[in-house]
Write a protein that binds this ligand. Sequence first.
Ligand SMILES: C[S@@+](CC[C@H](N)C(=O)[O-])C[C@H]1O[C@@H](n2cnc3c(N)ncnc32)[C@H](O)[C@@H]1O
Length: 281
Amino acid sequence: MSKYGENDKQGQYWNEAPGQSWVINDASMNERLENISDILFEGLDVNGYNNGLDIGCGAGSTTRRLATIMGNQARVTGLDISEKLLTLARSHPESLGKNFLQADAQSYNFQPEGFDLTISRFGVMFFENPLKAFKNIKSAIQKGREMRFVCWAPLGANDFFLSPLKTVVDITGVSFAEPGNEPGPLAFSDRNYLSSILKAAEFSSINIDAVETSICTKDSVEKNAALLMEIGMGFRAIKEAAPTHEVLDKIREAFVIDGNKRLQNGLISYDATIYRVSALA
Ligand SMILES: C[S@@+](CC[C@H](N)C(=O)[O-])C[C@H]1O[C@@H](n2cnc3c(N)ncnc32)[C@H](O)[C@@H]1O
């Protein structure tokens, strides 16, 4: 098996340029995803829980937050396929004492029922075989204990994705079909599909709540435009279109103009809708 387990394509993706963009923009993304982290952790009962797991933990912001909530006695592990992001996670001063593990969540040989609480912020939508991945994740959680994660609702309800995407499509003419269930940020945006996967993986008490929120930043419109060139659906469409430098400049300019329209009281904001998913192993 390769070092990316059964997810070679995604392993390469998150260990090459796109993964590097997440490394460079980690602080910026954590700022933008602050409301969503709050939704993920809201009401999370950690009483009596000692062994937490953060799947697709990236650079570990939510792993550290989980560890803080669970307290000193708890052991917390962040698991991710990207060595690049884990290197950044390990280098954070507050990561001391946390365990960061490079592995493919779909095929990693977990200690059976080794964890009593599992979370993820946007880290579970990238599996070649989601059913196998969730069965594997379930095997790692003690029976009756919670797995909680957030994932994106459909594209139309997520302006942070849709708006830059439309801009790139308008300027380049690239055709960009709405993604289906293939691995990617929107893989679980069809809640019936998501529910069927979790049921088939034999999770119980499955709850999928659509939560409307916003993605906000205090970044300048120029810095925000630069980030949109590197992360999200606009970036994915740019990769597809492979535009010239002149066209890239046009796209950046359009992102700046749009950012200025959104700017209010020093904040650039995008509407967002996510699913907060909770299920018991
Ligand atoms: C959108 S990023 C989210 C990162 C982090 N949870 C956050 O919110 O900042 C998706 C993460 O999932 C990880 N990932 C993708 N496929 C994976 C897999 N098969 N096993 C483990 N991690 C995976 C990526 O490396 C990446 O860090």
